[in-house]
Design a protein around this ligand. Structure first.
Ligand code: HEC
Length: 305
């Protein structure tokens, strides 16, 4: 709903919004109430108030979107801290939690565990979301380490989670689990080098004399996910990519690789010169941080020759 709204609002004619909503004062649904508030506001004051309208709009959508986050912060964050890069967590686990001294798996660990191991990640996203909701609802009521979806060597030093039976209603569990479900991917995007389209990549590579790196992936490829989580978010990798590369991500089944290249499977990497035409190298495989940095160095050398 908010997407449509934003597009229409961008036409700078707030009155135009009228047909979309049947705002309802009595409504139990907060979205309808908010809609009424924003709509009424602009209708009365007209275009002059457009800026304030935008503030209200941002405020309204932020409030709704934040729900899951707010619940997490009030009910879970006292034990589950927010994003810590997986590399640091793995190192911490090797040292029996003596480096970070955290109380429970972090929010990104929860998110990663759910995405990878709850329900069927090859099925459509909505049905996996439902399974995650079910898993979290049950775990919060009756925590059970036997059901854990995070590798036990990452959780063995934590005490058992206490039951929170009766502290969250169904709606809260839904907001919360959607928030947890999305969180990990959001953190990966926020902490990795930007990903652009092939067209945009050619433009940027030509302008900034950079090498194009196409990552060949599939949504359910475990090693691609592992590279996203453990390698692509590492600062040295981000720096190396930002300095000399433009990154494109392609689904090797749905997308057509450019320049007549054939998929090598997943994860795979296709490096193309800044002219957008010359293939430097292509390979398939997983690399850890050091191996991947070494690969980038080698590609840079090859690009010069
Ligand atoms: C008092 C501390 C505490 C609070 C509050 C807490 N947890 Fe936990 N949670 C833990 C600990 C410790 C673990 C790991 C041990 C375990 O699974 O029993 C855990 C594990 C979990 C797991 C299982 C992860 C796995 O291994 O698969 C989920 C899911 C989870 N918590 C969700 C939540 C949610 C959602 C909330 C808020 C509504 C919450 N927790 C609040 C301490 C807490």
């Amino acid at each position: 709903m908010f997407t449509n709204w934003a597009i229409l609002a961008a036409s700078e004619e707030p009155m135009f919004l009228t047909p979309i909503f049947s705002p309802d004062f009595q409504s139990e649904n907060p979205e309808k109430k908010f809609a009424f508030f924003c709509y009424d506001f602009t209708l009365e004051k007209g275009v002059v108030m457009n800026k304030i309208f935008w503030l209200a709009l941002t405020g309204c959508s932020a409030l709704l979107a934040l729900d899951g986050k707010v619940i997490f912060e009030s009910k879970c964050a006292s034990c589950h801290s927010s994003y810590i890069p997986l590399g640091q967590l793995i190192n911490n686990a090797k040292h029996n939690n003596t480096i970070l001294n955290i109380k429970a798996p972090t929010l990104n660990q929860l998110s990663f565990g759910m995405r990878l191991n709850v329900g069927d990640r090859k099925a459509d996203e909505d049905s996996q979301r439902l399974e995650v909701e079910d898993f979290i609802g049950t775990y919060v009521d009756t925590p059970d380490r036997n059901k854990s979806v995070i590798p036990s060597d990452m959780t063995r030093f934590f005490p058992d989670m206490p039951s929170m039976k009766g502290q969250l209603d169904e709606d809260e569990i839904e907001e919360l689990s959607n928030y947890i479900f999305d969180y990990g991917e959001e953190m990966i995007v926020a902490h990795s080098a930007p990903v652009v389209s092939w067209e945009k990549a050619k433009e940027l590579a030509a302008k900034e004399h950079k090498i194009i790196m196409i990552r060949g992936v599939l949504p359910f490829c475990k090693w691609c996910i592992q590279m996203d989580r453990e390698v692509m978010v590492e600062k040295e990798v981000v720096d190396a990519l930002n300095k000399d590369f433009v990154v494109v991500k392609m689904d090797v089944i749905q997308d057509k690789l450019p320049l007549g290249m054939k998929s090598l499977g997943t994860p795979s990497f296709y490096f193309i010169n800044s002219d957008g035409k010359t293939i430097i190298d292509q390979m398939q495989g997983y690399g850890n941080k050091e191996e991947f940095l070494e690969l980038l160095r080698k590609i840079k050398e090859d690009a010069k020759n």
